[in-house]
Design a protein around this ligand. Structure first.
Ligand code: PEP
Ligand code: MN
Length: 335
């Protein structure tokens, strides 16, 4: 059960309310987010919940039997829409496109891609400055200096940025430059990081783990929400299966499954989901037809020279074609 408290409840009223609800046999967790305050009531005493709904200090009460409470759409039936201040929404009426290189490589690269995206009306650029690499000898990213020029160049073009944060200690130095924090697949269950991201007020895009289940993804999202931050975006990026013909198996079943369980927006990343540039377009379009709120793609001016993930990066002309087809597919889907 989720009990939403009246805003600005004083401490005495809160204590009294908690005591009353506990006296019915519930175990309570008090959650305070940047938007509201909730009591999560665990346990299933046999009572009529209206008895609690009528108590002083209760704004609303919801019976949620799902394991995941705050991210469940059993209580928050309207979808979560995340607003960025460049007229972009994620999870609303508009298709959300995030595009850019795997890794931020140079100022020239950011300038070229950001200029291209602005021209094509794509409002969010991706790019890693702290890269989780399978080998410690691979390029690990342009670091905080890279983030600073990534941020300032994009700002000049009216473009928001999304970039990966790898551990909690990085949040402070990154925060002022980042518009959306990305949690990578390898950190999908790093609960210390998720707790810390609950304390920021920046949107968080949480990627599914390499072998993460839907339940695990939703529990990770629940960590961020219960830590205080309601601005969460889920991302399907392919999972590890027995199949070796492509880098990952993009699990499009996840999209309607997540949309049926949660109010959070769902983004699909067909670049990491396939590992192969030729497969990005068909899977991106399929993802939109499955109900994805947006698509994240990797692109590069010269993919053969990309420092990382060149094989799955689209060229600029390929990206341009895909943007057009994605918008047409979105409009078709909405009909
Ligand atoms: C990325 O998007 O930059 C990335 C590293 O992806 P993932 O965490 O899904 O592997
Ligand atoms: Mn990549």
């Amino acid at each position: 059960m989720i009990i939403q408290l009246e805003p600005n409840l004083d401490q005495n009223s809160r204590t009294r309310l908690i005591g009353m609800v506990e006296s019915y046999g519930f175990e309570l967790k008090n959650i305070r987010t940047q938007r509201a305050e909730y009591l999560i009531a665990l346990g299933s005493p046999n009572i009529d919940i209206r008895a609690i709904g009528n108590l002083d200090g209760v704004k609303d009460i919801f019976a949620v039997n799902d394991k995941h409470k705050l991210v469940s759409n059993k209580w928050k039936t309207a979808p979560t829409v995340i607003h960025l201040d460049n007229n972009t929404t994620i999870g609303g009426e508009e298709l959300c496109i995030m595009a850019g290189p795997c890794a931020i490589e140079s100022e020239t690269q950011v300038e070229e891609i950001a200029g291209f995206l602005a021209e094509k009306d794509v409002k969010i650029m991706r790019g890693g400055v702290f890269k989780p690499r399978s080998s410690p000898y691979s390029f690990r990213g342009a670091g905080i200096e890279g983030l600073k020029y990534f941020s300032s160049i994009c700002k000049n073009h009216g473009i928001k940025i999304i970039t990966e944060v790898m551990h909690a200690e990085q949040i402070g130095q990154m925060e002022e430059f980042v518009d959306i924090f990305q949690v990578g697949a390898r950190n999908s269950q790093n609960y210390n990081l998720l707790d810390a991201l609950g304390k920021t007020d920046k949107p968080i895009m949480l990627k599914r783990g390499l072998s993460g289940t839907i339940d695990e993804l939703l529990f990770s999202a629940e960590y961020i929400f219960s830590g205080g931050n309601e601005k969460i975006i889920l991302c399907e990026r392919g999972i590890r299966t027995f199949e070796t013909a492509y880098r990952n198996t993009l699990d499009l079943n996840a999209v309607p499954t997540l949309k049926a369980k949660t109010h959070l927006p769902v983004i699909v990343d067909p670049s990491h989901g396939t590992g192969n540039r030729e497969m990005v377009e068909p899977m991106a379009l399929a993802a939109i037809m499955c109900g994805a709120d947006g698509i994240m793609i990797e692109m590069h001016k010269t993919p053969e020279r990309a420092i990382s993930d060149g094989d799955q990066s689209l060229t600029l002309p390929q990206a341009e074609t895909l943007f057009r087809k994605m918008k047409a597919t979105w409009d078709f889907k909405k009909e």
